[in-house]
Design a protein. Structure first.
Length: 152
């Protein structure tokens, strides 16, 4: 028995509200248009009959709480469910700092987007009958707290 469903994937939006954009010459310059570009994509997707949206990482410029807050608020306005998974830019540090959230903080920012249990760094859910979705935070940190960038 086959089931048809429609979903979209938005990867690497690198959301950066203006006050969080660094003035460092080696910064990723596309962050300057991340919000208007993402809004255009969302407006287009809202016209489609999607069952859900996947955002598999690098949601924010560099894990800034303000950018995570902006994104989760914007996702809550979509007419379809959205599910997120963190990339290396979303949890760049093991422990939180003034500039970014920590590794274990990510689920607390996205309880309505897959992470129902704030104490789990993974989730599974059923966005549609017969469709199982598994979200895994594959970021990994060594004993010194440095991001290794892979899960073995």
């Amino acid at each position: 028995m086959s089931k048809n469903f429609r979903f979209a994937v938005i990867s690497d939006p690198h959301v950066a509200i203006p006050e969080t954009i660094s003035d460092h010459p080696s910064r990723f310059h596309l962050v300057e248009v991340s919000i208007p570009a993402l809004d255009l994509v969302f407006k287009h997707l809202e016209q489609l009959e999607l069952d859900f949206l996947l955002l598999p990482g690098d949601l924010t410029q560099d894990g800034e709480p303000e950018n995570h807050n902006w994104l989760q608020q914007r996702l809550s306005k979509l007419p379809f469910p959205a599910y997120v998974i963190p990339g290396n830019h979303d949890v760049p540090t093991l422990l939180p700092s003034e500039q970014s959230i920590g590794w274990k903080d990510f689920p607390q920012f996205y309880p309505n987007f897959g992470y129902k249990n704030p104490d789990q760094l993974y989730y599974n859910c059923q966005p549609l009958p017969g469709v199982q979705l598994i979200g895994l935070n594959s970021n990994y940190f060594n004993e010194q707290g440095k991001q290794v960038g892979q899960l073995n």
